[in-house]
Design a protein around this ligand. Sequence first.
Ligand code: PEP
Length: 247
Amino acid sequence: MSKNNRQPFVAGNWKMNGSLALVADFNEKLNTVNTRAQVVICAPSVLLHAFKSTAFSIGAQNVSHLDNGAHTGELSVSMLKEAGCEFAIVGHSERREDQGESNSLVAQKAAKCIAGNLTPIICVGESLEVREAGQVEAFVGQQLDALIDVLSIDELKQSVIAYEPIWAIGTGKTASPEQAQEVHEFIRGYFAKVDAELAQGLRIVYGGSVKPENAETLFAQNDVDGGLIGGASLKAEDFISICHAAN
Ligand code: PEP
């Protein structure tokens, strides 16, 4: 399967930003987006109810690996589904760092999503220290191993992978198109050792300071199927132009 057979994917990650006014702005503007890409907004959970989306889907930024019970502050897959989510980000580096989420917990969350019909957007990516030590493939490989251990080939086929080098997130330092392509190719090759068809169909998106100015060259790389967008997803015009770059 060539790149053209994989539908491009662009998701916005609002993080702990946004308001009902911003949702209203996106309801008006993003519903006119004209792109081949599948478009998703992952907003704070308390805002999800206000989206009126016809041209895009909504997603959560995190989800519990458990079904229900005494877990204060957590949200389950079924709750997010009822709130209208079709996607959930799992294993974002901010949660891996702030909440100590391990590779195996991230894999369990992804499995829970798939069992409940929510598509996981699974984040992987290295720190600057790891990159400077020449350990990118070893580090990302471990993150992928945890997924391969827990998820079946069929479950992996239902996932989206986001390669997000931590040093590029929110820093304004984007990976060069070559740096992004190199790791995306490595990730696809890693999955190809498990199953060739899985690897060919898998959507692997890049995240880390994507902006309207750099989106097109990043998304044009052979193994880059779109993006996970933080800061630039907070302005409808910028986000729409990134969605168009995925054409
Ligand atoms: C992110 O939070 O997933 C992200 C990529 O952020 P930014 O685009 O702001 O670097």
